[in-house]
Design a protein around this ligand. Structure first.
Ligand SMILES: C[S@@+](CC[C@H](N)C(=O)[O-])C[C@H]1O[C@@H](n2cnc3c(N)ncnc32)[C@H](O)[C@@H]1O
Length: 199
């Protein structure tokens, strides 16, 4: 059901989150070690293509094959290659000490799945690997600018520190910012941003 919902969202020529990378990623990508990067819930590929153009080896995971098809098309248009994996993050084996970096931009999941995923993220980062994450906080429910409709799927500073206890956050902040990233994310929003490091 989640898969068909997202396939429907993406079943248009238009890029629902735009073709430009997320602003937080653009400002902070240099924190990601050069190497292989896993993009969680990457959708139409704007962030994967951005990193691939900078020389990173990028693997994009998403539940929507329609979204990932657009991601591969965007990569081709930009003259880069990305790997795509269509799967539900509930069942995805991220591996053990496998990734130099993991990127999670607006990856909003039910709480139990999120907790399980974050546990796997901690195990999957190489030593000194970096997690770069941005998502909406529960305060976003007061805005009409995008994001899931329920607080349970939002994230916050306290959720990230509680559910990623083995990572060290060099940056962790909640703020309001103008999120102008496609028609689905458009307007003032309440976000949490984090950069966290494996030991
Ligand atoms: C708000 S979009 C963000 C897409 C992308 N990260 C970006 O910022 O452009 C959320 C993405 O989560 C994906 N998604 C939702 N539930 C998922 C799940 N259980 N497993 C994998 N992907 C999922 C959707 O297909 C969608 O692409």
């Amino acid at each position: 059901m989640i898969k068909s919902m997202w396939d429907n969202v993406y079943n248009t020529e238009q890029y629902m989150y735009g073709k430009q990378a997320n602003e937080f990623l653009k400002s902070n990508y240099e924190q990601l070690p050069k190497g292989n990067i896993l993009m969680l819930a990457e959708g139409e590929g704007r962030n994967a293509v951005f990193l691939a153009k900078l020389g990173y080896q990028v693997t994009a995971v998403d539940i929507s094959e329609v979204g990932l098809e657009k991601a591969r098309k965007l990569a081709t248009q930009n003259g880069v290659e990305i790997e795509t994996i269509c799967t539900d993050l509930a069942h995805f084996d991220l591996g053990f000490q496998q990734w130099d970096g993991i990127v999670s931009i607006f990856c909003h999941l039910p709480a139990a799945l999120r907790q399980s995923l974050y546990h796997r993220v901690e195990r999957a980062l190489k030593p000194k690997g970096v997690l770069l994450i941005e998502g909406y906080t529960p305060e976003q429910l007061n805005y009409n600018s995008g994001g899931p409709p329920v607080a349970e799927m939002m994230i916050s500073k306290s959720i990230l520190t509680a559910e990623l206890p083995h990572l060290h956050f060099s940056l962790l902040q909640e703020l309001q910012r103008e999120v102008i990233e496609g028609i689905n994310h458009s307007g003032l929003g309440a976000v949490v941003q984090g950069i966290a490091h494996a030991k």
